[in-house]
Design a protein around this ligand. Sequence first.
Ligand code: ATP
Length: 500
Amino acid sequence: MPRYLKEILIGFVPVLFIFLAFIGVNIIPLLLATLLIGSLLFLANMRGGLAVGAGTDRKRKKTSPQKLTFEQIGGQDNAKQELMEALDFLIKHEEIRELGIRPLKGILLTGPPGTGKTLLAKAAAHYTDSVFVGSSGSEFVEMYVGVGAGRIRELFRDARSRAAKENKQSAIIFIDEIDVIGGKREGGQQREYDQTLNQLLTEMDGIYSSDSPRILLIAATNRKEMLDSALLRPGRFDRHIQVDLPDKKGRKHILELHAKNKPLHDEADLGKIAEESYGFSGAQLESVMNEAAIYAMRDGLKEIEQRHLSMSIDKVMMGERTDRESTLEEKKRVAIHELGHAIMAELVRPGSVKQVALSPRGKALGYVRHNPQEEQYLYTKSFLEEQIMIALGGAASEEIFYGGRSTGSSNDFEQALNIVQTMMRSGLTSLGIVDLDMVTKVELMKENHLILEDLMKRTRTMLEERRTIYEQSLDILLKEETLSGEQFRCLFREHSLLPA
Ligand code: ATP
């Protein structure tokens, strides 16, 4: 169908009607018929069912270049390995058929946002020489019943027709955020999503090994526990691959990949940046490289220096510096709050504070930067308690000096509550080893309260004993807006305030 057919029709039909009226033809029946056909076409288009012209825009959005290879994905060695092994099913289809193995229909990639799940799916298409058709769960959510199901049909049709057109033996359909349509079906109430999910299951059941093109579904989610069991049963998404946040080696690899098209100064050390960006996802690391290049450009330089990279870590972690002007009283309060965190950090993990800053960034009015941590996969109860105490240090400090808290602690409390949750799930609280779904909310609240109250008390006591350090640190912070870890530790030593 010509590209501009719609526009031509819109221009031509009114002119034709005017001409017919002019020569004396009764155009009312024609007008009514046109209106009727128009509304029918519109409705069909809304339901995502019409093949002619309908959804061509959507189709264009779903397809993307598939030049990406596994080598262009940093870290994720295990995920890549597992995925490649699974993909051999698609490549060695003859052996698979001879042995009577049922085809692999679905692979589920699970992991936090921005870890490279979409990249892995694209690389999978390249590795297996398949057509790649990408979509997202949210594209199938519509108010009208049946629209989502229609789009699923369209997605599979699209994959098959593109494979035929491009002369490929297989097609990979990628569905990001599968949890949007594949969430658990609860109760008797029929939802529009259920029809969409049923359609997806039906399409998956219709995939056979002898089919050409062979279809493989790859779905991604960061909430696997939300998925309906029908999706996860054997024969559907029965290969699960965990795509985790990268470790130090992986982070360095990702940084190097994104530095390839950027001029780096000889002294820029990506290994150090990988160390400092603990907990960053691939997408955040890409952003670090990009922001660093922007900082270099702002400085009128042709090469990215180490300081640009360090500055962009701060920016990605805490947002851009803002020029919000606060009153002296507010600044003092922020300084007291941040010092609370910093003192606690230095007490429980000596040498861990890198900088205390009073400059507003993103939503925060001040912040404490910590030195890079050792990569750790297991946490003890005391480590988690210390982490909570560092988070509570800000509020405890405000209580000591102002007799009450402020709204500035909400993020800290959120962090503390998350850690308590982890402790409960890991059997590290007085609840013992429990299934949290079987404990009442009242009991959970009680336990939560007990843990946090006790830790708050301990934090306050430890901070009260170090009151003297606040005065000098506060002076420096208000004057300079930053206090380095070294300066801070000097004050500690002067006052002999480190724990015995
Ligand atoms: P979401 O769950 O939010 O959809 P995702 O896990 O699918 O995220 P991607 O879309 O694959 O993440 O990654 C986003 C961007 O982050 C990529 O375009 C790439 O620039 C960068 N990125 C993420 N992970 C990696 C990686 N392992 N190697 C290189 N770049 C990466």
